[in-house]
Design a protein around this ligand. Structure first.
Ligand SMILES: *Cc1c(COP(=O)(O)O)cnc(C)c1O
Length: 365
């Protein structure tokens, strides 16, 4: 057995007969930036999610930064988010001179706890960024209700949840603007970097497009200071084909997750799927005792694992200026100590899942 955390090669083998002629077509067509491939993918992604506008950019991190710029957030404004996420969520807040204000997570879904949000809202608060962690929706009804009451923007960080649903609605369609990452290991991954922003608002979409393109609305007429962030034509063409496979792949992840859960429910805290959610298991993460020893044991048995995430953001050196010590967000801190992600991808076999599960059981015997 050659177990991969994410098996990119098996995915490629499944779709190479469609990908390869398309890539050659784009290469020989000579249209590498923008053009018909980008337009076709943006249109298809927008209709897949059910929003009016999808705007490509270079990666999910840029998508977050550009979204906040387009919403007009200004130096000193506060943005509420979770400390239990990938650094990009808070990094982009900081880089724009905004202040990240963390709120602890719920212990079942690992997503921001809406009941703790109102207590940290001040007159500087401008936005909330819920992260749909591991591919499972945050509690969007409660979050949107609070946002409406306090006139805050909501930005979904949906970099892990493309294709996931909340109350039968697609994530990415439940806020002012949402961000997607096409990092290769995401559920929908490019052959390199890529990102997307999704919104229903015409004016916001136009602003996003302008900012991502050096702040120009006409060539060499710069209305605002922007950035250079593009989804390349070749990536758009690849993503356009892969999007046809996404729902099937996500179903396979769910089937794999159910098998893992059945195998492991007595020895680990297995992922909880809220009844309102359609979880797409970007990660299959469990909480265990003696996590680091287990990780070592699995590695000795040629089973790759990963920790998402070992240090909550408020305890990262990069955020020490916020002066949030240990104990500030107890749920995030506790989960960070015990969480471990197991191999998860659409092409994982029952045999592999059972071998991984049996090896974990062996460790605790
Ligand atoms: C992957 C990810 C990002 C950033 O995406 P990149 O494309 O790698 O820049 C942002 N937020 C979350 C939650 C992510 O998982």
């Amino acid at each position: 057995m050659n177990i991969q955390m994410v098996d990119m090669k098996k995915q490629y083998d499944e779709i190479r007969s469609r990908l390869e002629p398309k890539v050659i077509e784009v290469l020989s067509g000579g249209y590498y930036i923008g053009g018909p491939e980008l337009k076709a993918f943006e249109d298809k992604a927008a209709s897949y999610i059910g929003v009016k506008h999808a705007i490509g950019c270079a990666n999910g991190t840029d998508a977050l930064q550009i979204s906040m710029m387009a919403l007009g957030l200004k130096r000193g404004d506060e943005v509420i988010t979770t400390p239990f996420t990938f650094i990009a969520t808070a990094e982009t807040i900081n880089i724009l001179g905004l202040k990240p204000v963390f709120v602890d997570i719920k212990q079942d879904t690992y997503n921001i706890d809406p009941d703790l949000i109102e207590a940290v809202i001040t007159n500087k608060t401008k936005a909330i960024i819920p992260v749909h962690l591991y591919g499972q929706a945050s509690d969007m009804d409660k979050i949107n209700k609070i946002a409406k009451k306090h006139k805050l923007f909501v930005i979904e960080d949906n970099c892990q949840g493309f294709g996931a649903k909340y109350k039968n609605k697609m994530l990415g369609s439940l806020s002012d603007i949402a961000t997607i990452s096409f990092y290769p290991a995401k559920n929908l991954g490019a052959a390199g970097d890529g990102g997307l922003m999704l919104t229903d608002h015409d004016e916001l979409a136009a602003k996003v497009r302008m900012i991502a393109n050096h702040g120009q609305n006409e060539r060499y007429k710069h209305q605002v200071v922007g950035v250079n962030s593009r989804l390349d034509a070749i990536q758009a063409a690849i993503l356009n084909i892969k999007l046809d496979f996404l729902d099937g792949w996500n179903e396979k992840r769910r089937t794999a997750a159910e098998r893992y859960k059945k195998n492991l429910k007595d020895i680990a805290v297995v992922p909880f799927e809220h009844k309102d959610n359609y979880h797409i298991y970007h990660q299959f993460s469990i909480q265990v005792k003696k996590r680091d020893e287990l990780q070592k044991f699995l590695s000795e048995n040629k089973i790759p694992t990963a920790i998402h995430y070992p240090i909550p953001l408020h305890l990262q050196v990069a955020f020490e200026d916020l002066k949030l010590g240990k104990g500030s967000f107890p749920v995030s801190e506790k989960v960070a100590e015990g969480i471990i992600s197991l191999p998860m991808h659409p092409h994982i076999t029952n045999e592999e899942i059972d071998f991984i599960s049996d090896t974990i059981k062996k460790f605790y015997k």
